[in-house]
Design a protein around this ligand. Structure first.
Ligand code: ME8
Length: 644
């Protein structure tokens, strides 16, 4: 038996400086789709993702939250993993740059670069913000001031290590222009790299910092921390066991077949990363793909800091994981930016998934049940007129392979759905309901329905990497056994049993009422309570305040409300008894964190129903921009104590 060919694909490792959003989902789903397809094609796939957990930004965020950096990232990493599991991401390995083996490898990599003469010690000169302890380059300043705090900066210098990036300029240019290697895609990024970075002259890169602590120490020079991009890029090899004993997969999987990312970090992957590998004497990755951004509203890259993020948990819960995966892959044209729109997602869902694919499956299965009791007869009367549909389908596997392997999912999917539309038209052309009236035409009717089933089968195989949860249901409904659902079987006509039996199942893609859904999503996006427009609300009488019954309560239990991303359900002791209260704070707290706590609550608000559950009161909280906390008292405060 021949060995399987290895295939190594990576996402960027994301910053856990905030929770994952739909932009992160795109890169990860894209890689997942390629990984799944390659596995179906018989490759031995290693699909790596992870988190890039060091650096000043994370150190600061954690401090703001009153946590250690590790505590802070642990919480966010759990959310990344939860999202990937929700979205059916089939990663083989998850690397955290805080993992011991990675730290050990990075220290060895840094030393090896130093020993090989590619890292040297010098002076780093820049603009320094003393309160932030940060160096900035001239171009990073905002109006000549610190971009973080807006204060004055001063000229300063510090001792730092530098990587001889400049030395690699000719080799990098050659790499980027090598047509056979086809290293960087899309091609527009090649020109960008050459014109914007190589031609103006590559500068040596400062690769150590002394101004913060949350990073990997340079092990031979105390106080120096390895620059976060050296730490981060190295993940692609440390995760395979390069210079560590944790794994032993480097020889098998390196060089990577594809690194996938969005355009803003292509520079790091197509210039700095290859230069580091050249300096280490290691082979270069085969391909770097820089896709565009999913943009939102104002056309900027959707980011954690803008607070305008569409929640992938809510979308996949309400409309199905596979619909979200399909939408993202179908809409994004490789290389271009793509505005995110729920309306666009619903429109596409209704036309492609509900109308075209869903209907094709349900009509075909229903007709086989109606006309043949669910099992097709072996005798069929095929016709030359079937050829157009069949030969269109024959073209799909190679085209999908080519387009999906190069991140051109929208092209591949468009072509699959053209065949699905053609199949629907084939039903209208052949009018099975007329054929069914004539006993003599039963053979023809069976052939028509069989061709339809087989077209569904072949399309569903090719759609499996995109919609891995729904396609197996389609196979079940059309009676395709395992041998008829392999990648190879997508290339073959009529792989279903001649006397195939279908099984009617649930409606795969129920139609979406677009208006209604948009309204409901909009309502979910509204902040819970509007902040007053004026700085201070109008004066009120003491009597109004006295009407509110404010008490300390003890949290007896707390759990998430199923199907809600926002709500937590509490049972609290209010000093008089137990009561149930709901609060929309699931984004900010894990239920376990709150059990046993003594919180502030308004206990005499009229009861309200949310998600079918009654809430009796309101837990008090404070919001300051991004920050959010419940109002909390010490353990020594009894339940029922009066707040005034
Ligand atoms: O850059 N549209 O991490 P990061 C499409 N840690 N893709 C998007 C996106 C959007 N709006 N927003 C994010 C880092 N992405 C570094 C990477 S790799 C050695 C270190 C995706 O959390 C896209 O892949 O800022 C982008 O390149 C990546 O997330 C940036 O993630």
């Amino acid at each position: 038996m021949s060995e399987k060919t290895p295939f190594y694909i990576t996402t960027p490792i994301y910053y856990p400086s905030g929770n994952p959003h739909i932009g992160h989902c795109y890169s990860t789903i894209a890689c997942d789709c390629v990984a799944r397809m390659k596995r179906m094609q018989g490759y031995d796939v290693m699909f790596l993702t992870g988190t890039d957990e060091h650096g000043q930004k994370i150190e600061k965020k954690a401090a703001e939250e009153g946590m250690t950096p590790k505590e802070y990232v642990d919480g966010i990493v759990a959310n990344f993993k939860k999202l990937w599991s929700t979205l059916g991401i089939s990663y083989d390995r998850y690397i955290r740059t805080t993992d011991d083996y990675h730290i050990e490898s990075v220290q060895k990599i840094f030393r090896k670069l130093y020993d090989n003469g590619y890292i040297y010690k010098s002076e780093y000169k820049g603009k320094y913000c003393t309160p932030c302890e940060s160096f900035w380059t001239e171009s990073q300043l905002v109006d000549g001031k610190c971009p973080d705090c807006g204060r004055e900066v001063t000229d300063a210098s510090e001792e730092a290590y530098f990587f001889k990036l400049s030395e690699f300029a000719p080799k990098l240019k050659e790499l980027l222009l090598d047509e056979e290697k086809d290293f960087l895609n899309p091609k527009s990024r090649v020109n960008e790299m050459i014109n914007n970075f190589i031609e103006p002259g590559l500068q040596d890169l400062c690769v150590s910092r002394t101004s913060f602590k949350w990073g990997i120490p340079v092990d031979f020079d105390e106080g120096h921390i390895v620059y976060v991009w050296i730490d981060a890029l190295s993940n692609y090899i440390t995760a395979l066991g390069y210079l560590n004993d944790k794994y032993n997969d480097y020889d098998k999987y390196w060089p990577a077949d594809m690194h996938v990312m969005a355009k803003e970090i292509v520079r790091f992957h197509s210039l700095i990363w290859p230069a580091i590998l050249m300096a280490l004497g290691e082979p270069l990755p085969k391909k770097v793909y820089g896709h565009g951004w999913i943009t939102f509203g104002d056309g900027g890259k959707m980011s954690k800091s803008k607070g305008n993020v569409v929640d992938p948990f809510i979308l996949s819960e309400r409309y199905g994981v596979d619909s979200l995966r399909y939408h993202l892959l179908r809409e994004m044209v490789f290389g271009s930016d793509c505005p995110y729109s729920n309306e666009q997602m619903f429109t596409r869902y209704n036309s492609d998934l509900a109308n075209d694919l869903g209907n094709l499956v349900s009509r075909t299965v229903a007709m086989i049940e109606k006309y043949f009791g669910g099992t097709l007869p072996a005798d069929k009367d095929f016709s030359d007129s079937d050829e157009e549909l069949l030969s269109m389908t024959d073209e799909l596997p190679a085209f999908v392979d080519d387009t999906f392997s190069t991140l051109r999912f929208s092209e591949g999917l468009e072509k699959i759905f053209r065949v699905i539309a053609r199949a629907n038209k084939y039903i209208d052309e052949n009018e099975p309901w007329i054929l069914a009236k004539d006993e003599e035409k039963k053979g023809r009717l069976a052939a028509v329905l069989y061709n339809l089933l087989d077209t569904v089968r072949r399309c569903a195989i090719l759609l499996t990497p995109v919609m891995p949860h729904i396609c197996p249901e389609i196979f079940e409904q059309i009676g395709a056994d395992e041998s008829a659902t392999t990648w190879e079987a997508s290339k073959v006509r009529h792989a279903l049993k001649a006397d195939v039996t279908v099984h009617k199942g649930r409606v795969l893609f129920p139609r979406i009422d677009i208006e209604k859904e948009l309204e409901e999503l909009e309502a979910m996006n509204k902040p819970q309570r509007e902040l007053p427009a004026e700085p201070i609300k109008e004066i009120t009488e003491f009597d109004n305040f006295a009407k509110l019954d404010l008490r300390a309560v003890k949290v007896l239990s707390c759990e998430r409300v199923p199907k809600s991303d926002k709500l937590l359900k509490f049972i609290v002791d209010d000093g008089f008894g137990e009561r149930q209260v709901l609060s929309g704070i699931a984004k900010y707290y894990e239920p376990e964190q709150l059990v046993g706590k003594t919180l502030g609550m308004i206990i005499n608000l009229a009861p309200r129903k949310m998600m079918g559950l009654e809430s009796n009161g309101m837990i008090m909280s404070v919001r300051d921009g991004d920050k959010f906390r419940v109002v909390e008292f010490g353990d020594d405060i009894k339940a029922g104590a009066d707040i005034s």
